[in-house]
Design a binder for this molecule. Structure first.
Ligand SMILES: NC(=O)c1ccc[n+]([C@@H]2O[C@H](COP(=O)([O-])OP(=O)(O)OC[C@H]3O[C@@H](n4cnc5c(N)ncnc54)[C@H](O)[C@@H]3O)[C@@H](O)[C@H]2O)c1
Length: 375
Protein backbone atom coordinates (compact mmCIF):
# COMPACT_ATOMS: atom_id res chain seq x y z
CA UNK A 1 0.00 0.00 0.00
CA UNK A 2 1.62 3.27 -1.16
CA UNK A 3 -0.78 5.50 0.74
CA UNK A 4 -3.49 5.22 3.35
CA UNK A 5 -6.63 7.36 3.67
CA UNK A 6 -7.48 8.54 7.18
CA UNK A 7 -10.81 9.54 8.70
CA UNK A 8 -10.91 11.26 12.10
CA UNK A 9 -14.05 11.45 14.27
CA UNK A 10 -13.77 13.94 17.13
CA UNK A 11 -11.19 16.70 17.45
CA UNK A 12 -10.88 17.40 21.19
CA UNK A 13 -7.96 16.42 23.40
CA UNK A 14 -7.46 12.99 21.81
CA UNK A 15 -8.61 14.05 18.34
CA UNK A 16 -5.75 16.52 18.19
CA UNK A 17 -3.31 13.83 19.41
CA UNK A 18 -4.43 11.50 16.61
CA UNK A 19 -4.22 14.31 14.04
CA UNK A 20 -0.69 15.18 15.18
CA UNK A 21 0.27 11.51 15.00
CA UNK A 22 -1.11 11.04 11.48
CA UNK A 23 0.71 14.21 10.38
CA UNK A 24 4.01 13.14 11.98
CA UNK A 25 4.23 9.37 11.55
CA UNK A 26 5.87 9.31 8.11
CA UNK A 27 8.30 12.10 8.91
CA UNK A 28 9.37 10.47 12.19
CA UNK A 29 9.69 6.88 10.98
CA UNK A 30 10.40 7.41 7.28
CA UNK A 31 8.67 4.18 6.28
CA UNK A 32 5.20 2.82 5.66
CA UNK A 33 2.53 4.33 3.43
CA UNK A 34 2.08 8.03 2.78
CA UNK A 35 -0.78 9.34 4.90
CA UNK A 36 -3.73 11.03 3.17
CA UNK A 37 -5.87 13.05 5.61
CA UNK A 38 -9.17 12.49 3.84
CA UNK A 39 -12.18 13.18 6.02
CA UNK A 40 -12.82 14.73 9.44
CA UNK A 41 -16.06 14.68 11.44
CA UNK A 42 -17.23 16.93 14.28
CA UNK A 43 -20.56 17.82 15.81
CA UNK A 44 -21.35 20.67 13.38
CA UNK A 45 -20.27 21.25 9.76
CA UNK A 46 -18.75 24.64 10.71
CA UNK A 47 -16.64 23.24 13.54
CA UNK A 48 -15.62 20.29 11.37
CA UNK A 49 -14.51 22.64 8.57
CA UNK A 50 -12.49 24.75 11.00
CA UNK A 51 -10.74 21.69 12.42
CA UNK A 52 -10.16 20.21 8.95
CA UNK A 53 -8.38 23.41 7.95
CA UNK A 54 -6.28 23.37 11.14
CA UNK A 55 -5.37 19.67 10.96
CA UNK A 56 -4.95 19.44 7.17
CA UNK A 57 -7.92 17.21 6.19
CA UNK A 58 -9.37 17.40 2.66
CA UNK A 59 -13.07 17.02 3.53
CA UNK A 60 -15.21 17.48 6.62
CA UNK A 61 -18.75 17.09 7.89
CA UNK A 62 -20.99 16.34 10.84
CA UNK A 63 -22.10 12.85 9.78
CA UNK A 64 -19.80 10.09 11.03
CA UNK A 65 -21.64 7.49 8.91
CA UNK A 66 -20.65 9.44 5.78
CA UNK A 67 -17.06 9.35 7.01
CA UNK A 68 -16.94 5.60 7.68
CA UNK A 69 -18.44 4.84 4.25
CA UNK A 70 -16.19 7.30 2.40
CA UNK A 71 -14.41 5.13 -0.23
CA UNK A 72 -11.21 7.18 0.14
CA UNK A 73 -11.00 6.38 3.89
CA UNK A 74 -9.05 3.21 4.79
CA UNK A 75 -8.65 3.71 8.54
CA UNK A 76 -10.84 5.54 11.07
CA UNK A 77 -9.58 7.26 14.22
CA UNK A 78 -12.36 7.36 16.84
CA UNK A 79 -11.73 9.98 19.52
CA UNK A 80 -15.26 10.80 20.64
CA UNK A 81 -16.64 10.37 24.18
CA UNK A 82 -16.83 6.78 25.43
CA UNK A 83 -20.54 6.27 24.75
CA UNK A 84 -19.99 6.65 20.95
CA UNK A 85 -17.14 4.15 20.59
CA UNK A 86 -19.22 1.01 20.01
CA UNK A 87 -21.54 2.36 17.30
CA UNK A 88 -18.75 4.19 15.46
CA UNK A 89 -16.23 1.33 15.61
CA UNK A 90 -18.76 -1.28 14.53
CA UNK A 91 -19.99 1.04 11.74
CA UNK A 92 -16.44 1.54 10.49
CA UNK A 93 -15.58 -2.18 10.64
CA UNK A 94 -18.78 -3.13 8.82
CA UNK A 95 -17.85 -0.60 6.14
CA UNK A 96 -14.52 -2.44 5.73
CA UNK A 97 -12.26 0.10 7.46
CA UNK A 98 -9.43 -0.43 9.92
CA UNK A 99 -10.10 1.21 13.31
CA UNK A 100 -7.99 3.07 15.87
CA UNK A 101 -10.36 3.63 18.79
CA UNK A 102 -9.65 5.53 21.97
CA UNK A 103 -9.92 3.83 25.33
CA UNK A 104 -12.00 2.74 27.13
CA UNK A 105 -13.18 0.35 24.44
CA UNK A 106 -16.81 0.72 25.52
CA UNK A 107 -18.95 1.69 28.48
CA UNK A 108 -20.21 -1.85 29.10
CA UNK A 109 -19.10 -5.41 28.45
CA UNK A 110 -21.91 -6.20 25.98
CA UNK A 111 -20.79 -3.37 23.68
CA UNK A 112 -17.15 -4.42 23.98
CA UNK A 113 -18.15 -7.96 22.98
CA UNK A 114 -20.05 -6.66 19.94
CA UNK A 115 -17.01 -4.60 18.94
CA UNK A 116 -14.66 -7.58 19.25
CA UNK A 117 -17.09 -9.71 17.22
CA UNK A 118 -17.32 -7.03 14.51
CA UNK A 119 -13.53 -6.78 14.33
CA UNK A 120 -13.19 -10.55 13.97
CA UNK A 121 -15.92 -10.76 11.33
CA UNK A 122 -14.41 -7.89 9.31
CA UNK A 123 -10.87 -9.24 9.17
CA UNK A 124 -9.73 -5.63 9.55
CA UNK A 125 -7.25 -4.28 12.09
CA UNK A 126 -8.91 -2.73 15.15
CA UNK A 127 -6.69 -1.42 17.95
CA UNK A 128 -7.20 0.63 21.10
CA UNK A 129 -5.47 3.81 22.30
CA UNK A 130 -3.40 2.26 25.07
CA UNK A 131 -0.57 4.73 24.51
CA UNK A 132 1.36 4.14 27.74
CA UNK A 133 2.59 0.74 26.55
CA UNK A 134 4.33 2.65 23.73
CA UNK A 135 6.73 4.62 25.96
CA UNK A 136 10.30 3.52 25.04
CA UNK A 137 10.98 3.37 28.79
CA UNK A 138 8.12 0.89 29.15
CA UNK A 139 9.69 -1.23 26.40
CA UNK A 140 12.97 -1.10 28.30
CA UNK A 141 11.17 -2.25 31.46
CA UNK A 142 9.78 -5.19 29.49
CA UNK A 143 13.29 -6.02 28.21
CA UNK A 144 14.64 -5.86 31.77
CA UNK A 145 11.88 -8.14 33.04
CA UNK A 146 12.56 -10.67 30.26
CA UNK A 147 16.30 -10.56 31.01
CA UNK A 148 15.53 -11.70 34.57
CA UNK A 149 17.55 -8.88 36.13
CA UNK A 150 15.00 -8.48 38.95
CA UNK A 151 14.22 -12.20 39.03
CA UNK A 152 10.67 -13.50 39.30
CA UNK A 153 8.15 -10.71 39.83
CA UNK A 154 6.11 -11.39 42.95
CA UNK A 155 4.31 -8.06 43.43
CA UNK A 156 3.05 -5.34 41.07
CA UNK A 157 1.78 -1.98 42.27
CA UNK A 158 0.29 0.76 40.11
CA UNK A 159 -1.06 4.03 41.45
CA UNK A 160 -2.78 6.36 38.98
CA UNK A 161 -3.75 9.79 40.23
CA UNK A 162 -4.89 13.05 38.63
CA UNK A 163 -6.75 16.01 40.04
CA UNK A 164 -9.13 17.04 37.24
CA UNK A 165 -12.11 15.88 39.35
CA UNK A 166 -10.70 17.01 42.72
CA UNK A 167 -12.64 20.25 43.00
CA UNK A 168 -16.01 19.52 44.66
CA UNK A 169 -17.41 22.62 42.94
CA UNK A 170 -16.47 21.40 39.44
CA UNK A 171 -19.73 21.12 37.47
CA UNK A 172 -21.50 17.84 36.79
CA UNK A 173 -20.26 16.57 33.40
CA UNK A 174 -20.17 13.50 31.17
CA UNK A 175 -17.56 11.77 33.34
CA UNK A 176 -20.02 11.74 36.27
CA UNK A 177 -22.75 10.13 34.14
CA UNK A 178 -23.27 6.37 34.24
CA UNK A 179 -23.42 6.44 30.42
CA UNK A 180 -19.62 7.04 30.43
CA UNK A 181 -18.96 3.80 32.35
CA UNK A 182 -17.92 3.07 35.93
CA UNK A 183 -15.67 6.10 36.46
CA UNK A 184 -11.99 5.84 37.40
CA UNK A 185 -11.97 2.18 36.32
CA UNK A 186 -12.68 3.18 32.70
CA UNK A 187 -10.76 6.44 32.74
CA UNK A 188 -7.55 5.12 34.33
CA UNK A 189 -8.00 1.48 35.23
CA UNK A 190 -7.95 0.30 31.64
CA UNK A 191 -4.58 2.02 31.07
CA UNK A 192 -3.21 0.33 34.20
CA UNK A 193 -4.52 -2.98 32.90
CA UNK A 194 -2.88 -2.41 29.52
CA UNK A 195 0.46 -2.04 31.32
CA UNK A 196 -0.07 -5.03 33.61
CA UNK A 197 -1.18 -7.21 30.67
CA UNK A 198 1.78 -6.16 28.53
CA UNK A 199 4.46 -6.40 31.22
CA UNK A 200 3.24 -9.17 33.50
CA UNK A 201 0.38 -11.06 31.84
CA UNK A 202 -3.31 -11.39 32.62
CA UNK A 203 -5.08 -10.91 35.94
CA UNK A 204 -6.79 -13.98 37.45
CA UNK A 205 -8.78 -12.59 40.39
CA UNK A 206 -9.72 -9.25 41.96
CA UNK A 207 -11.31 -7.61 44.96
CA UNK A 208 -12.21 -3.99 44.43
CA UNK A 209 -13.67 -1.02 46.20
CA UNK A 210 -15.10 1.97 44.33
CA UNK A 211 -15.90 5.22 46.08
CA UNK A 212 -17.31 8.67 45.39
CA UNK A 213 -15.50 11.48 47.20
CA UNK A 214 -18.39 13.81 46.37
CA UNK A 215 -21.99 12.54 46.34
CA UNK A 216 -23.25 15.44 44.19
CA UNK A 217 -21.91 18.03 41.77
CA UNK A 218 -23.45 21.36 40.81
CA UNK A 219 -25.31 21.78 37.51
CA UNK A 220 -25.29 25.04 35.50
CA UNK A 221 -28.63 26.02 37.10
CA UNK A 222 -27.02 25.64 40.53
CA UNK A 223 -28.99 22.54 41.53
CA UNK A 224 -26.96 19.59 42.83
CA UNK A 225 -27.04 16.40 40.76
CA UNK A 226 -26.14 13.00 42.21
CA UNK A 227 -22.80 11.69 40.91
CA UNK A 228 -23.31 8.33 39.14
CA UNK A 229 -19.68 7.20 38.72
CA UNK A 230 -16.83 6.47 41.14
CA UNK A 231 -13.83 8.81 41.02
CA UNK A 232 -11.78 6.47 43.22
CA UNK A 233 -11.17 2.74 42.86
CA UNK A 234 -8.78 0.49 44.75
CA UNK A 235 -8.18 -3.06 43.58
CA UNK A 236 -6.20 -5.96 44.98
CA UNK A 237 -5.45 -8.60 42.38
CA UNK A 238 -3.65 -11.85 41.68
CA UNK A 239 -1.94 -12.46 38.37
CA UNK A 240 -2.41 -15.81 36.66
CA UNK A 241 1.26 -16.57 37.35
CA UNK A 242 0.67 -16.14 41.10
CA UNK A 243 2.09 -12.65 41.75
CA UNK A 244 -0.07 -10.29 43.80
CA UNK A 245 -0.82 -6.68 43.01
CA UNK A 246 -2.50 -3.40 43.80
CA UNK A 247 -4.14 -0.97 41.38
CA UNK A 248 -5.09 2.32 43.07
CA UNK A 249 -6.96 4.92 40.99
CA UNK A 250 -8.02 8.43 41.95
CA UNK A 251 -9.11 11.19 39.58
CA UNK A 252 -9.87 13.50 42.53
CA UNK A 253 -6.32 13.52 43.91
CA UNK A 254 -5.36 17.16 44.48
CA UNK A 255 -1.83 17.92 43.32
CA UNK A 256 -1.42 14.82 41.18
CA UNK A 257 -1.31 15.74 37.48
CA UNK A 258 -0.53 12.59 35.56
CA UNK A 259 0.74 10.04 38.00
CA UNK A 260 1.19 6.46 36.91
CA UNK A 261 3.47 5.13 39.62
CA UNK A 262 4.49 1.62 38.68
CA UNK A 263 6.50 -0.61 41.00
CA UNK A 264 7.57 -4.12 40.09
CA UNK A 265 9.16 -6.19 42.84
CA UNK A 266 11.05 -9.39 42.06
CA UNK A 267 13.15 -11.80 44.10
CA UNK A 268 16.38 -10.19 42.79
CA UNK A 269 15.47 -6.51 42.56
CA UNK A 270 12.88 -3.90 41.69
CA UNK A 271 11.89 -1.52 38.89
CA UNK A 272 10.14 1.78 39.51
CA UNK A 273 8.59 4.18 36.98
CA UNK A 274 6.46 7.28 37.36
CA UNK A 275 4.64 8.85 34.42
CA UNK A 276 5.29 12.28 35.97
CA UNK A 277 8.97 11.48 35.27
CA UNK A 278 8.17 10.15 31.83
CA UNK A 279 11.71 9.64 30.51
CA UNK A 280 13.32 7.63 33.27
CA UNK A 281 13.14 4.39 35.17
CA UNK A 282 14.77 3.30 38.38
CA UNK A 283 16.41 -0.08 38.70
CA UNK A 284 17.53 -1.78 41.91
CA UNK A 285 19.42 -5.05 41.82
CA UNK A 286 20.16 -6.97 44.98
CA UNK A 287 23.72 -7.81 44.03
CA UNK A 288 27.23 -6.46 44.61
CA UNK A 289 28.34 -4.78 47.79
CA UNK A 290 25.52 -4.10 50.25
CA UNK A 291 27.14 -0.78 51.17
CA UNK A 292 26.73 0.63 47.67
CA UNK A 293 23.40 -0.86 46.69
CA UNK A 294 20.67 1.56 45.70
CA UNK A 295 18.29 2.50 42.93
CA UNK A 296 19.98 3.82 39.81
CA UNK A 297 18.27 6.05 37.29
CA UNK A 298 18.24 5.16 33.60
CA UNK A 299 17.37 8.11 31.34
CA UNK A 300 15.65 7.54 28.00
CA UNK A 301 17.81 8.01 24.91
CA UNK A 302 18.48 6.61 21.43
CA UNK A 303 19.44 3.29 23.05
CA UNK A 304 15.75 2.84 23.80
CA UNK A 305 13.95 2.47 20.45
CA UNK A 306 12.03 4.13 18.97
CA UNK A 307 13.31 7.20 20.89
CA UNK A 308 16.08 7.33 18.27
CA UNK A 309 13.50 8.02 15.53
CA UNK A 310 12.57 11.31 17.26
CA UNK A 311 15.81 12.69 18.74
CA UNK A 312 19.46 11.64 18.34
CA UNK A 313 20.44 13.02 21.76
CA UNK A 314 19.82 11.14 25.03
CA UNK A 315 18.12 12.76 27.99
CA UNK A 316 16.21 15.34 25.92
CA UNK A 317 12.91 13.65 26.54
CA UNK A 318 9.89 12.45 24.61
CA UNK A 319 6.38 13.59 25.53
CA UNK A 320 2.81 12.32 25.62
CA UNK A 321 2.02 13.16 21.98
CA UNK A 322 5.06 11.17 20.85
CA UNK A 323 3.46 8.03 22.30
CA UNK A 324 0.58 8.54 19.87
CA UNK A 325 3.02 8.84 16.95
CA UNK A 326 4.57 5.53 18.02
CA UNK A 327 1.11 3.99 18.45
CA UNK A 328 0.16 5.17 14.96
CA UNK A 329 3.30 3.54 13.55
CA UNK A 330 2.48 0.29 15.35
CA UNK A 331 -1.04 0.44 13.89
CA UNK A 332 0.38 0.83 10.38
CA UNK A 333 2.73 -2.10 11.03
CA UNK A 334 -0.23 -4.24 12.09
CA UNK A 335 -2.16 -3.24 8.98
CA UNK A 336 0.87 -4.25 6.90
CA UNK A 337 0.90 -7.65 8.63
CA UNK A 338 4.16 -6.93 10.47
CA UNK A 339 4.95 -7.51 14.18
CA UNK A 340 3.18 -4.82 16.16
CA UNK A 341 3.03 -3.71 19.78
CA UNK A 342 -0.69 -2.97 19.95
CA UNK A 343 -3.70 -4.17 21.90
CA UNK A 344 -6.50 -5.13 19.53
CA UNK A 345 -10.23 -5.49 20.21
CA UNK A 346 -9.80 -9.09 21.39
CA UNK A 347 -7.19 -7.92 23.94
CA UNK A 348 -9.46 -4.98 24.79
CA UNK A 349 -12.36 -7.31 25.50
CA UNK A 350 -10.21 -9.10 28.11
CA UNK A 351 -9.41 -5.74 29.68
CA UNK A 352 -13.12 -4.83 29.74
CA UNK A 353 -13.90 -8.20 31.27
CA UNK A 354 -11.37 -7.50 34.04
CA UNK A 355 -12.94 -4.07 34.60
CA UNK A 356 -16.35 -5.72 34.83
CA UNK A 357 -14.98 -8.20 37.38
CA UNK A 358 -13.66 -5.27 39.41
CA UNK A 359 -16.99 -3.43 39.28
CA UNK A 360 -18.93 -6.56 40.29
CA UNK A 361 -16.44 -7.34 43.05
CA UNK A 362 -16.89 -3.83 44.40
CA UNK A 363 -20.68 -4.17 44.37
CA UNK A 364 -20.60 -7.64 45.94
CA UNK A 365 -17.73 -6.98 48.39
CA UNK A 366 -15.87 -10.20 47.60
CA UNK A 367 -13.03 -11.70 45.53
CA UNK A 368 -14.01 -12.62 41.97
CA UNK A 369 -12.25 -14.74 39.37
CA UNK A 370 -12.05 -12.76 36.13
CA UNK A 371 -12.89 -15.98 34.27
CA UNK A 372 -16.26 -16.07 36.10
CA UNK A 373 -17.36 -13.06 34.02
CA UNK A 374 -18.88 -14.49 30.84
CA UNK A 375 -17.80 -12.95 27.52
N1 LIG B 1 -5.44 7.55 25.46
C1 LIG B 1 -5.47 8.46 26.40
O1 LIG B 1 -4.52 8.65 27.15
C2 LIG B 1 -6.71 9.30 26.53
C3 LIG B 1 -6.65 10.53 27.20
C4 LIG B 1 -7.82 11.31 27.25
C5 LIG B 1 -8.99 10.84 26.70
N2 LIG B 1 -9.02 9.61 26.10
C6 LIG B 1 -10.26 9.09 25.52
O2 LIG B 1 -10.52 9.78 24.32
C7 LIG B 1 -11.92 9.93 24.13
C8 LIG B 1 -12.22 11.40 23.92
O3 LIG B 1 -11.79 12.11 25.05
P1 LIG B 1 -11.32 13.63 24.92
O4 LIG B 1 -10.71 13.97 26.23
O5 LIG B 1 -10.56 13.82 23.67
O6 LIG B 1 -12.75 14.34 24.81
P2 LIG B 1 -13.05 15.79 24.21
O7 LIG B 1 -14.34 16.18 24.80
O8 LIG B 1 -11.87 16.69 24.37
O9 LIG B 1 -13.23 15.52 22.66
C9 LIG B 1 -14.28 14.77 22.14
C10 LIG B 1 -14.64 15.38 20.79
O10 LIG B 1 -15.61 14.57 20.14
C11 LIG B 1 -16.55 15.42 19.51
N3 LIG B 1 -17.79 14.70 19.30
C12 LIG B 1 -18.73 14.35 20.22
N4 LIG B 1 -19.73 13.69 19.63
C13 LIG B 1 -19.45 13.61 18.31
C14 LIG B 1 -20.10 13.05 17.19
N5 LIG B 1 -21.27 12.42 17.30
N6 LIG B 1 -19.50 13.17 15.96
C15 LIG B 1 -18.33 13.79 15.84
N7 LIG B 1 -17.65 14.35 16.87
C16 LIG B 1 -18.20 14.26 18.09
C17 LIG B 1 -16.68 16.59 20.48
O11 LIG B 1 -17.26 17.73 19.87
C18 LIG B 1 -15.23 16.79 20.91
O12 LIG B 1 -14.53 17.67 20.06
C19 LIG B 1 -12.58 9.34 25.38
O13 LIG B 1 -13.05 8.05 25.09
C20 LIG B 1 -11.47 9.31 26.39
O14 LIG B 1 -11.60 8.27 27.35
C21 LIG B 1 -7.90 8.85 25.98
Amino acid sequence: MDSIGVGLIGTGYMGKCHALAWNAVHAVFGDGPRVRLEHLCETTPEFAAQRAAEFGFSRSGADWRALVTDPKVDVVSITTPNAFHAAMAIGALEAGKHVWCEKPMATNLADARRMADAAKASGKVAILGYNYIQNPIMRQIETLLKSGVIGTVNHVRIEMDEDFMADPDAPFGLKSEKSSGHGALDDFGVHGLSLITTLCGPIASVIAQQSKPYATRPQPNGAARAVETADIATVLFNLRDGASGLLALNRSAWGRKGRIALQLFGDKGAIVFDQERFNELQLYTADGSKETRGFRTILAGPAHPPYDRFIPAPGHGLGFNDLKVIECHELLARIAGKPSRTLNFADGLEIERTVEAMARSSAEGKWLDVASVAI
